[in-house]
Design a protein around this ligand. Structure first.
Ligand SMILES: CCCC(=O)SCCNC(=O)CCNC(=O)[C@H](O)C(C)(C)COP(=O)(O)OP(=O)(O)OC[C@H]1O[C@@H](n2cnc3c(N)ncnc32)[C@H](O)[C@@H]1OP(=O)(O)O
Length: 256
């Protein structure tokens, strides 16, 4: 079964959904590869808007798959893993089409980084978002901390990263991380309602405005900052405090 699903709709929307509901849509190496492959398809297809989401109602994405990554112990190995997903996240951040993170469920750790990569973030009312990495004695490491600092006011971003706490949709609307809360059921219809005013524009108009938005971002500086973020996270990854925190999570959920 595919770890990531693609759905290309005739209304100009392509959905990319992480399909690991039982493990809260955690990202392992297969997810990284499949996400990248599906982005290549979405980049070339007829869609105007690409929506990234997760399967189920519980999680958008719970970040790195801690069962799979518990065996990554050295700085070097951590850097390789972080760079692989960092490249996917950076690709989304500068994607030529409009991207929307549709938060069907909670986004934690790298899941919050993945959401930060998209142009817009819209959410079901029950979800939470937490950059919890600091609780695991690491920092954001896929470049999503850098992108968060681009998306919302810098001190709000710093507070989210340092506190590592879970934010409600009320708090996320207030600090600007999410643009819209979807109360409509089914959730997917509410997502399409949000995208509707974009979808009725020509592809040329959408592409042009997305181009101007990207122009406004300092791509070289963002790339460098993401690289530094990955390198710093890789260093912390090697420390015993991180390994102990991962072990504690896995023991609690009996994955070891
Ligand atoms: C590498 C870049 C940086 C990172 O992403 S570090 C990783 C940060 N992520 C985390 O710390 C994950 C924390 N997970 C959670 O907080 C919760 O699972 C979450 C997402 C709020 C969902 O809560 P619930 O709906 O109550 O689900 P639950 O906790 O009972 O989990 C169900 C099963 O999924 C597993 N799971 C969830 N997130 C995972 C992850 N990231 N890696 C590996 N396994 C994960 C969890 O262990 C549980 O497994 P089991 O059913 O007990 O065998």
């Amino acid at each position: 079964m595919a770890n990531v699903l693609l759905e290309q709709n005739s209304n100009g929307v392509t959905w990319i959904r992480i399909n690991r509901e039982e493990i809260r849509n955690a990202v392992n190496f297969e997810v990284m590869e499949e996400l990248n492959d599906l982005l290549t398809i979405a980049e070339k297809d007829e869609s105007k808007v690409v929506i990234i989401s997760g399967i189920g109602k519980k999680a958008f994405c719970s970040g790195g798959d801690l069962s799979a990554f518990q065996h990554i112990l050295s700085e070097d190995a951590a850097r390789r893993m972080l760079m692989k997903m960092g490249a996917v996240i950076e690709r989304i951040a500068f994607f030529p089409k409009i991207t929307i993170a549709a938060l069907n469920g909670t986004a934690v750790g790298g899941g919050a980084e993945l959401a930060s990569a998209c142009d817009f973030r819209i959410a079901a009312p029950h979800i939470k978002v937490g950059f919890v990495q600091a609780n695991l004695a690491i920092t954001t490491g896929w470049g999503g901390g850098t992108l968060l600092l681009e998306r919302i006011a810098k001190l709000e971003a710093l507070q989210m990263l340092l506190s590592a706490k879970m934010y409600s949709t009320e708090e996320l609307i207030r600090n600007g991380f999410i643009q819209h809360v979807i109360t409509k059921e089914p959730f997917e219809e509410g997502v399409i309602d949000f995208a509707g005013p974009f979808l009725n524009k020509t592809k040329g108009v959408i592409q042009a405005y997305k181009g101007r938005y990207i122009d406004h971002l300092d791509q070289g500086r963002i790339h460098l900052n993401m690289k530094n973020e990955i390198a710093e996270c890789a260093k912390l990854w090697e420390e015993k405090e991180h390994h102990e925190a991962v072990l504690a999570f896995l023991k609690k959920s009996k994955n070891i």
